[in-house]
Structure formats: C-alpha cells, structure tokens
Write a new protein. Sequence first.
Length: 328
Amino acid sequence: MDARDRLRRYLEQRRELGESEFLLDTLTVDEALARLAGALSPSRNPASSVDRLSAAGAVQDPPPVRAPLVPPPDVAPRSGGPVTAGVGADWRTALAGRGPQDPSGDAWPAWMAPLGLERGVIRGAPVLSPEVAALSALGDVVEAVAACTGCALHRSARNPVPGTGHPQAELMCIGEAPGADEDAAGEPFVGEAGKLLTKILAAINLSRDAVFIANVLKHRPPGNRDPSPDEMQACLPFLWRQVALVRPRVILALGRISAQAITGSAQGIGALRGRVHLLMGIPVVATYHPAALLRNEAWKRPTWEDVQVAQRLLVAARAHDARAAGGA
Ligand code: URA
C-alpha cells in the first residue's frame, strides 16, 4: 500500500470516527479526501498532485532528518559520571526495568542514533527531598500535592491538579500550569487547549487514557500568569517523581515554560524545539503549547513535525524493546 492509499484509509477511518476537522490544517476530512481523489486520478501528474497536497498540508512529509549533532551551549556539564542523586533510591531500578532508556540518564540511547535527530540538553535525575523521594506510587504524589503548602498558590486555587493518565504511559505530556477550567475540574488540559491536545494525540493514534498528562505547576497561578521561579522550585519535585514513576518512553514538553523547566535551559521554545533532549535518560521533545496554536495557526505545522518526531521515537523505542525481548 503506498503512502496515498494509507492516507486515504486514515482519513476514512477519521470520518467513520465522526471527525470532520482535519487536524492541524484548515481542511476538513471530506475536503482532504476530495483532494486526495483528485491526486489519485490518472489524468493528473501524480508527483505534482502529491506536491499540491503536501503544500495544502494533507500529506505530511516525514520530518527532516536533522543535522548531526553539535552540543548546544546549554548542555548540562557532565562532571565525572552520571547524576545519580535524586528521584528516590529506586528510580534506577524502575528505569532499568522498562524500556530502552539508559538508567544513568546522561548518555544518548544507542537506539536513537539511526533516527538522526539533533541532540539537545541532557539532564540527569534532579535531587529530591527525602519526603518526595519516598513517594512510591502515583497516588502518593496526588496526596502529597493536595497537602502541599510549598508556595502560596494552594490558597487561591480551587483544586489541586496533580496530573492524570495511564500509570505506565508510553508518552507523558507536560504542560505549564492549570488554567481556570483545570482548576475547576482538578484535571489537566480539559479546556480548549486540552481539546486540541486530545486531537494532536489522536493524530498519532494515542488516546488520552493511554498517555499521562501533567503540568509543571500543580495549582493554578491567579489570572494564568507565568509561574514564578519560587513556585516552580517548590512544585517541580512532584513532576520529577511522576516522571520516575511513570517511566514514559518519550516526554512531550508543551510550551516554553515546560520545555525550560524540563531542560533547565533559558532558551525560548523556538530554540528548544527541533532537537531531542534527555531527562533521566528519557527523550524529551519540546513543542508549542496547544493554547499558542489556538492563537497562531502558523505554529501548527512545526507542532505537527515535533509530534511526528515524538511518534518516531515511540516506534523506535518499542522496536528496540521488542528486539531486546527477542534476545536479538
Ligand atoms: N495549559 C496548561 O499548561 N496546562 C493545563 O492543564 C491547561 C492549560
């Protein structure tokens, strides 16, 4: 089956599922199918038709293989061996038991090399207090977040929003902080940005239930202002613990605040996207925040490229695991 047949089948499935909007583009599913039918017509030059479709966004080219790696200026220094302190004494064991991640957290997994992706910041396991390090299940993190008075936000927030999803999710999505809808519901990404996130995930065949969704901050900052450095410092340990407990194969950092918090870099999202970072040995793909996409259509295509990189990483990680399980 060639790429156009696969695309047609995909679009037909989306239509059967009741989707009329063609994700990340301005075409509806029906419009995309009509253009695809035109592209497949023998009266047309197939190459130019596909080019036209591609320009319209209906055919997504694979993301470009990115250039060889030059460490960026903000690569965390590696001082004599892996960063081991931190996310609980059991985190190495936890990571070692699942997937192709390097448990030391400071070396590029060999399985990533063939993907030719540009490498970004490497971050080991952040140091945690003994109390947070001792949280041994996601439910314990939920309780600890609910009881947290580490910053003032718990006073103004209606509900804590600790995060939710599959406890062994392959993909973890990390946003910035709850907004008004999330504050009311106690769940992340339930507002308009959340609906778009659901569609983005569906485009790579992931349901919300299959992923784990969390934020850098677990309580809403009043008026949706940016998190302060103190608030981030107080709250991030819960996120680090969640990452260590879920052990996703890939992390998708949504927006500048999330990407900066995860990488520890001060660079903007434009610089942090387009390469793969490592957190505790887990590949991190940074992209635009869904709320930003709602404001600026121009960011949809780069976001789609980033999401496809995340998907390629998932596929490669799964294949590596399958080979490892088969003893190859
Ligand atoms: N934006 C975020 O960053 N997180 C949410 O949970 C909702 C909106």
